[in-house]
Unconditional design. Structure first.
Length: 152
């Protein structure tokens, strides 16, 4: 297993752990009272903000130009969808501006569904990116071996 493949294994483990936490939290919260839901929401929001700050630090502190570019793309996405959820989505659901609790709840549910769909699609793209990296690494190794054979 090459270094890149080991990194993928670690990242997949992190993804699996995060998925397990999300699944457990959602299952537990569906059985809890409203105060507990709000506590979990605050906790999850804090974790999200921490990760967003780490992403911003990656933008500022990386030597590779690829890292800030990728981190900026993620930050832009996060900020855009948060703005849609908080400011625009309830109005998109109905022709007139509406701020009723039901409309906000419907908007949040639609947003959550989309976020889950996006996460699923992201895992597909991550697979493509990882396989591409492995393919390129193997191709480079094959080229080195070919040059070594030709040099003999």
């Amino acid at each position: 297993m090459k270094l890149g493949q080991e990194m993928f294994a670690i990242k997949l483990y992190e993804l699996e752990q995060q998925y397990g936490r999300m699944q457990s939290r959602l299952q537990l919260c569906q059985q809890e009272d409203h105060a507990r839901i709000r506590q979990e929401l605050e906790k999850a929001t804090d974790e999200y903000k921490e990760n967003e700050l780490l992403l911003q630090k990656n933008v500022a502190g990386s030597r590779s130009p690829a890292v800030p570019a990728l981190a900026n793309a993620q930050l832009t996405y996060f900020q855009t969808v948060r703005q849609i959820l908080e400011q625009k989505l309830p109005n998109y659901l109905h022709s007139e501006a509406s701020t009723s609790s039901d409309d906000k709840a419907e908007a949040a549910a639609l947003y959550a569904e989309y976020a889950i769909d996006f996460a699923v699609q992201s895992t597909r793209y991550a697979l493509i990116a990882a396989l591409t990296a492995i393919d390129l690494q193997m191709g480079a190794e094959e080229q080195k071996e070919k040059k070594q054979r030709e040099a003999m």
